[in-house]
Design a protein around this ligand. Structure first.
Ligand SMILES: CC(C)(COP(=O)(O)OP(=O)(O)OC[C@H]1O[C@@H](n2cnc3c(N)ncnc32)[C@H](O)[C@@H]1OP(=O)(O)O)[C@@H](O)C(=O)NCCC(=O)NCCS
Length: 325
């Protein structure tokens, strides 16, 4: 059967670096607290000309370059995001315009931090039916526009960035081998954001009810570990792959303690787990494609490696995907 294979990756991060020491001057927190409770040291903050669609387009250009394709070769653009520039048009349509990818249809997909994995799964299903398609799958966010900078419980956790993959179809033993997605809307209140568009300056003013992320961190933490571990095990079982054969795991990058708990659940050494949460914090839908791009460009991923992805986010949404690189 046809399935998706990644043929190009790219990422883009804002210039501005916000350190834990900078945050010490903004809220009642410390580098020591943030580092020990989350593993985060720095995060990137979008400035002018670094809207979600602009970061997404930069990441996309790099992915297209690696794939040896031009924008006119694209049939479809899917952007996983909860921070589109506007509610309408979609971020994906703005990327289509920016790239001049005139043949491509384009749409956003909202699955919060699972947005990239869900988008990749949708692309996989298109490619199953039509393997010649070239699809751009992006995870892009500017969460800095949607956090309350007076709330130390959340503002230290998030960052901005974008990652992109170009995928096409294949029958070969490479690409997506198995994928499982899940959702549980009954727990929505534990992690939510009422207002969406990130260009609306009015919404960015402090004190705007519902304009910032709200989260019950401890509950989210426990559910995230259980849900991702379960999704990973289901995907491995479906593909009949022993966990020891996995070359690299790229989990959603929210908190180093969640990542370490996952490694324990799977009995995998930390050397097999990709971690960059220290540099970028939680960039929501962008964490996984940014990490895939870094891992592929730095040689952490080699042809034939088994790569496991897993995510967890607001909704709740979660999932896992197994890929042969
Ligand atoms: C948010 C999170 C880091 C908090 O860590 P925790 O160990 O659970 O900490 P708690 O929430 O129990 O808070 C412990 C104390 O630290 C305080 N605290 C919270 N943020 C703080 C900060 N930035 N600096 C200093 N103290 C802080 C709390 O107010 C609390 O104080 P209290 O005991 O006086 O009430 C952690 O729960 C987490 O990562 N959760 C998952 C979040 C996540 O990944 N969300 C996205 C999923 S996609």
């Amino acid at each position: 059967m046809n399935h998706a294979v990644i043929i190009g990756t790219g990422s883009a991060l804002p210039e501005r670096v916000l350190t834990n020491f900078d945050l010490e001057r903004m809220v009642d927190t410390s580098d020591e607290w943030i580092t020990t409770r989350t593993g985060i040291k720095t995060r990137r903050i979008a400035g002018k000309d670094e809207n979600t669609s602009q970061l997404a387009s930069r990441a996309a250009r790099r992915a297209l370059e690696m794939a040896g394709l031009g924008p006119a070769d694209l049939d479809c653009i899917i952007v996983g995001t909860i921070t589109p520039d506007m509610t309408m048009p979609s971020c994906a349509c703005l990327v289509q315009k920016e790239l001049a990818a005139n043949r491509a249809f384009a749409f956003d997909l909202n699955a919060a931090c699972s947005g990239f994995l869900f988008s990749l799964d949708v692309a996989d299903k298109y490619l199953c039916a039509n393997p010649a398609m070239k699809i751009l799958v992006i995870g892009a966010e500017t969460l800095s526009s949607r956090v309350n900078w007076q709330d130390r419980n959340t503002c230290v956790l998030f960052g901005d960035g974008a990652g992109a993959c170009v995928v096409t179809g294949t029958k070969a033993e490479r690409g997506i081998l198995a994928s499982r997605l899940f959702a549980d809307g009954s727990l929505w209140e534990l992690l939510h954001l009422e207002a969406a568009p990130s260009l609306n300056q009015e919404l960015r003013r402090p004190g705007q009810e519902g304009a910032a992320i709200r989260m019950a961190g401890r509950e989210v933490f426990k559910i995230a570990v259980r849900a991702m571990a379960d999704a990973l095990q289901q995907v491995l079982a479906e593909a009949q792959v022993e966990v020891g054969r996995v070359g690299l795991v790229i989990p959603h990058q929210a908190n180093i303690r969640i990542i370490k708990s996952l490694a324990d659940h799977l009995s995998l050494p930390m050397e097999k787990i990709y971690v960059n949460v220290d540099k970028y914090g939680n960039t929501s839908a962008a964490t996984i494609p940014i990490a895939i791009d870094e891992a592929s460009r730095t040689g952490r991923l080699r042809e034939g490696d088994l790569l496991l992805l897993c995510s967890f986010g607001g909704g709740f949404t979660w999932g896992a995907t197994l890929i042969r690189w």
